[in-house]
Design a protein around this ligand. Structure first.
Ligand SMILES: [Zn+2]
Ligand SMILES: [Zn+2]
Length: 251
């Protein structure tokens, strides 16, 4: 993670989430109704009373219909391997730059062995390793890796995923022992239901601090506040020097 690859190939495709300004959900960065503190889904999570992630730091925004959104699906499309490889390469670069520039924001103390990288398994019954594993292989083997087991239905409709469902996830207590922090890395954040359920499971298993780093915060393009924001800020211009957690360039 020492070298600094250039982010030129990302600039025209991705966009940084905005800083946590008024009108933006302070958890997941989506534009929100100004009358509410959080976006609709985050508000539901908040009302669960469960211990949620200490931070959510999407590396990019992925408006539906755009290339960033396409990348989040196509990198795991085994039917189109060449397309998948190109998308995976971009996502790998984005993650590498984020941790090269801001490991101390996203994963403070990672040099010690008490911080784990957590990945989310497929909930749809996919066979074999999840394609995100090939991307996460960039992390040094000295960083512990953790993957909860999905024990819920494989045929649940997408709407059900907004709710937090602790009972869908099993965390290996032995694997968690001694860890003080975990960073859950996921491909896309739609409602965050899965990622927050896992964060809560990890915290209840004894990990004090849990962050979530999605590659892309998916944005519906038929929702007023999203449309308004995107129209007011039409050009994607990804800058890997903007900290995904704090939304600024640290000096
Ligand atoms: Zn939110
Ligand atoms: Zn930062």
């Amino acid at each position: 993670m020492q070298e600094q690859p250039k982010d030129a190939s990302l600039r025209r495709i991705y966009r940084n989430p905005p800083s946590r300004q008024p009108g933006i959900c302070p958890v997941c960065t989506v534009p929100k109704d100004p009358n509410y503190e959080l976006c609709y889904a985050c508000n539901i999570h908040n009302g669960s009373g469960l211990p949620l992630a200490d931070f959510v730091a999407p590396l990019s925004w992925a408006p539906m219909g755009g290339q960033a959104y396409a990348d989040l699906a196509s990198y795991k499309d085994e039917a189109q391997q060449a397309v998948a490889d190109v998308a995976a390469e971009r996502l790998r670069l984005m993650l590498r730059l984020a941790f090269a520039n801001y490991a101390q924001c996203l994963m403070p103390g990672w040099e010690t062995s008490t911080v784990a990288i957590v990945s989310i398994p497929s909930t749809g019954g996919r066979k074999g390793p999840h394609p995100i594993e090939a991307i996460l292989a960039m992390f040094t083997p000295s960083i512990p890796r953790l993957m909860p087991t999905y024990v819920g239905d494989t045929d649940r409709t997408r709407n059900g995923r907004r709710q937090l469902r602790l009972e869908d996830w099993a965390v290996d207590a032995a694997a968690v022992a001694g860890l003080t922090r975990a960073v859950v890395i996921d491909d896309s954040w739609v409602t965050g239901g899965h990622a927050q359920s896992i964060a809560a499971s990890l915290k209840l298993a004894g990990i004090a601090k849990v962050g979530i780093v999605p590659f892309g915060r998916v944005l519906r393009t038929d929702w007023g506040p999203n449309v308004e924001y995107l129209q007011g800020h039409p050009e994607p211009a990804f800058d890997s020097h903007v900290c995904p957690l704090h939304g600024i360039k640290h000096a």
